[in-house]
Design a protein around this ligand. Structure first.
Ligand code: SDX
Length: 431
């Protein structure tokens, strides 16, 4: 990061010189950290579309060219050659592991894959049909009561242990929530199984039907989790950083991130896409009715799975998921009517000037639900899968922020537009 260039700002006839920060990929930012003290002015940027909250070494996105890299590695290469466990290691340690390091990390994850038995009873206090994202956020927050050393210093010294606990236990927590939801006995993790094998078995094995692992399903799940592992300062990651900036512990910060991810404009979109495709199917498959609704400004309806704050090109993750989707569904010979609808919808949108002029392309959520369905996951688990994938990214950002000597508590400013000062009126005189 260099600071050679300057930007000039003229405010109230006065010229102010501001540093320009240039990132390793040539991105530029005007450093306004002294703006208010020098001019009394602040900036206003609803939704932070033009505002950088930090510098970071973790993920690089070029939205115009559809580039995504984790710690410098192309998402396409990581999906082709790595496992999710390797990518967790990469995001947390800033390097790909050797074979021995990967095996050690994998064993650490499995050592911490069980939930404290007392935590199992917490599930009984949820209604059976509680949304698993609700359970996930609650259980992760509760972990700080079951796994101590959550003060900042201990957290900093034990970050790798806490990271392993969260990456491993989030998967167990999700599977327990699913089994509770369908009324089946929970399935414990096995030490000798790898991350995704354990995950699929804990989800779908039952004493009656057993469960036979399929290599293509294990691989598809690993790639899907890699694709969701990080995405720079998205809403949920920014939430984790903001909560962590107050020196709240990592469990509490991650729990806040899970809540943000649940929103249908963010991670909840993968569930919303499937609900939308199913609705189009129920209404006779008329995609144009839904496209017109999305273009109608008097309607609040939006096409879930399309558009992105950063990607003004095809989301590179959507490209990879679409390929997996087509391959898995062909093998399933499962004539997925929803895939037909999705393909027709994408084709029509990419030709429609309303979407083309606004650079609205399919995003990571558009095809992911179709693959999750083919793997056997129910719709209400889709955003949970997003959270499991995003866990290493959230932790890497929390770790980067908490170890940054320049980090401060996040506290944005505002411009007040309410009523001016009013004289207080005792209640007896109010009308
Ligand atoms: C994720 O940030 C990340 O990195 C997120 C994520 C990650 O990995 O963490 O990539 C994961 O959250 C992906 C996004 C999933 N959400 C959806 O698919 C929900 C549908 N998409 C939209 O709601 C919207 O595109 C957002 C929320 C994704 C982005 O919103 P922005 O950047 O605030 O865009 P905007 O609302 O300013 O829209 C610009 C224009 C508007 O029209 P005009 O005012 O210019 O006339 O585009 C229109 C919007 O109405 N628009 C859409 C649309 N998305 C934007 N119109 C119809 N359908 C849509 N999906």
């Amino acid at each position: 990061m260099s600071k050679k260039q300057k930007a000039k700002l003229i405010v109230d006839g006065r010229e102010l010189e501001l540093d320009v920060i240039v990132g390793s990929e040539g991105e530029r930012a005007v450093d306004i950290s002294k703006l208010r003290s020098e001019t009394g002015y602040i900036t206003l940027d609803q939704g932070y579309g033009n505002t950088g909250s930090c510098t970071s070494n973790i993920t690089f996105i070029n939205g115009e060219e559809g580039i995504l890299r984790y710690r410098g590695y192309r998402i396409e290469d990581l999906c082709e050659h790595s496992t999710f466990t390797e990518v967790c290691y990469l995001l947390l340690r800033n390097r790909l592991p050797t074979l021995e390091q990967r095996e050690t990390f994998s064993r650490l994850l499995n050592e911490h894959s069980l939930l404290h038995e007392d935590m199992r009873h917490l599930y009984n206090f949820f209604p059976r049909d509680a949304h698993p994202m609700n359970i996930l956020g609650t259980m992760v927050n509760a972990m700080s009561s079951f796994y101590r050393n959550v003060d900042l210093l201990s957290m900093r010294d034990n970050i790798d242990l806490t990271a392993a606990r969260l990456i491993s236990k989030i998967r167990t927590t999700a599977c327990y929530a699913y089994k509770k939801n369908i009324g089946e006995p929970i399935v414990y993790p096995r030490r000798e199984q790898k991350y995704c094998e354990n995950f699929l078995r804990m989800m779908f094995w039952s004493p009656v039907n057993g469960y036979e692992l399929r290599e293509d399903h294990v691989r598809a799940l690993s790639v899907l989790l890699i694709l969701h592992a990080d995405h720079e300062q998205n809403c949920s990651t920014s939430t984790v950083r903001l909560v962590g900036s107050a020196h709240a512990n990592l469990y509490a910060s991650i729990s806040a991130g899970i809540s943000a991810l649940w929103g249908p404009l963010h991670g909840g979109a993968n569930q919303a896409v499937m609900d939308m495709l199913a609705k189009i199917q129920r209404q006779g498959g008329d995609i144009h009715k839904f496209i017109n609704m999305a273009k109608d400004k008097s309607s609040s309806f939006r096409l879930s799975g399309f558009g992105h704050r950063v990607y003004k090109n095809y989301d590179p993750r959507a490209k990879i998921i679409k390929k997996i989707c087509t391959k898995i569904l062909e093998e399933e010979a499962a004539h997925q009517p929803l895939l037909d609808i999705a393909l027709r919808l994408e084709e029509a949108v990419l030709k429609d000037d309303y979407f083309v002029s606004r650079k609205l392309y399919p995003n990571v959520d558009f095809y992911s639900g179709l693959v999750y369905t083919a793997l056997g996951f129910p719709i209400n688990m889709f955003t949970v899968l997003f959270a499991i994938g995003r866990m290493p990214g959230w932790i890497a950002h929390w770790k980067e922020m908490i170890n940054d000597p320049k980090a401060r508590i996040g506290r944005p400013r505002q411009i007040y537009t309410g009523v001016r000062e009013r004289k207080y009126v005792p209640i007896k005189d109010r009308s």
